[in-house]
Design a protein around this ligand. Structure first.
Ligand SMILES: Cc1cc2nc3c(=O)[nH]c(=O)nc-3n(C[C@H](O)[C@H](O)[C@H](O)COP(=O)(O)OP(=O)(O)OC[C@H]3O[C@@H](n4cnc5c(N)ncnc54)[C@H](O)[C@@H]3O)c2cc1C
Length: 305
């Protein structure tokens, strides 16, 4: 088994690390182990030394993750602030590693006179999380601008894959085993543009977010995907659920598809509220809302059993 003194390990190996410190909802029990790699090569070395059966969960900024109160058995790979290289390439494209925050990508592209990445500005996650979720906003989606990606396999091999290898949908990317391969970088193709116009667009998008979303309270953004031809927020609001609370979890008064942590929520509170919202909307409108947030980990009953 790995320990913090393992030879050549340059990153940090934490044990029993509370995920509440690493998720935007500020909830989540402990991970058995969390590895914060030094850089890309250190991560590859770490993955190669892991026992083949070790369960892995990769996280970025934890902005789309509900980690249950019993936490994570296995190892969490935390890329935040670590896989952070971003460079302009010869043509209108950039190379960006998985740990770079989406907002930095939007800003960097604008500074480089490249347009098309502005929508990333208000998405509070990493590039890795955006690739996994096909994160999108205001008409733009991550995979619209992806040309190719590099993936790291559980065996420690890096493979370059073209966009065409994946099946891309609304908040969905298929074509790889999520527990056996992860994104470590992407090549994004933009269009030549005007820096000033990009900055203006970013400012307008951020202003719009500030007006419509509870950005000052812990949340995970939109909890549910929009059903075809409709908006989850509209259905939840019409069902009279704005302000409905279970424990410290509350349906936002500002945006009905957001659940906010009012200060002392547990993951169980949030999960119970998600179930209540889904059931209520189903009972009233016959629409079965699908969650956009990823739910992982064990309940606290399992931990204390
Ligand atoms: C206030 C707020 C507003 C938001 N607005 C939007 C929005 O407008 N549009 C939108 O799409 N989303 C939005 N989100 C949700 C979230 O920011 C995005 O889904 C984001 O892409 C998640 O990135 P992350 O780094 O935080 O991923 P995490 O939450 O850490 O992880 C999300 C998923 O990606 C996986 N993952 C993480 N890194 C990797 C990797 N390198 N390789 C493979 N899998 C990986 C995780 O295992 C998990 O399954 C919002 C969230 C908040 C809190």
């Amino acid at each position: 088994m790995l320990n913090a003194q393992s030879e050549r390990m340059q990153g940090r190996l934490l044990t029993n690390e509370p995920l509440a410190k690493h998720t935007s909802w500020r909830v989540g029990g402990p991970a058995d182990r969390m590895y914060i790699p030094h850089d890309r090569q250190d991560l590859v070395d770490f993955i190669r030394r892991l026992p083949a059966e070790e369960p892995l969960l990769w996280i970025g900024l934890g902005s789309n993750l509900l980690v249950r109160d019993g936490g994570i058995r296995g190892t969490v790979i935390n890329t935040k602030g670590r896989l952070k290289a971003m460079t302009r390439l010869a043509d209108a494209s950039i190379y960006v590693e998985a740990g770079v925050p989406c907002a930095h990508v939007a800003r960097f592209c604008g500074e480089q006179g490249l347009c098309g990445a502005e929508f990333l500005a208000g998405i509070p996650g990493t590039m890795g999380g955006a690739l996994k979720m096909n994160a999108g906003a205001f008409g733009g989606e991550t995979w619209d601008i992806v040309e190719s990606v590099e993936m790291l396999s559980a065996g420690g091999d890096i493979v370059e894959r073209a966009k065409g290898d994946f099946l891309i949908g609304y908040r969905s990317v298929k074509g790889f085993e999520t527990n056996k391969a992860w994104f470590i970088s992407a090549r994004l193709r933009l269009a030549p543009g005007d820096s000033e116009a990009s900055q203006q667009k970013i400012k307008a998008l951020l202003d719009r977010r500030g007006k419509t979303q509870p950005t000052n309270q812990p949340s995970c953004g939109s909890v549910f995907k929009n059903p075809p031809g409709d908006h989850a927020a509209r259905l939840i609001e019409q069902a009279g659920l704005k302000g409905y609370a279970i424990g410290g979890a509350c349906v936002s008064e500002k945006h009905a598809n957001f659940i906010v942590n009012t200060g002392h929520a547990s993951a169980a509170d949030i999960e119970a509220l998600i179930a209540h919202v889904r059931q209520t909307v189903y009972n009233q409108y016959g629409v079965n809302l699908q969650t956009e947030v990823c739910m992982v980990g064990e309940t606290s009953e399992v931990l204390s059993a």
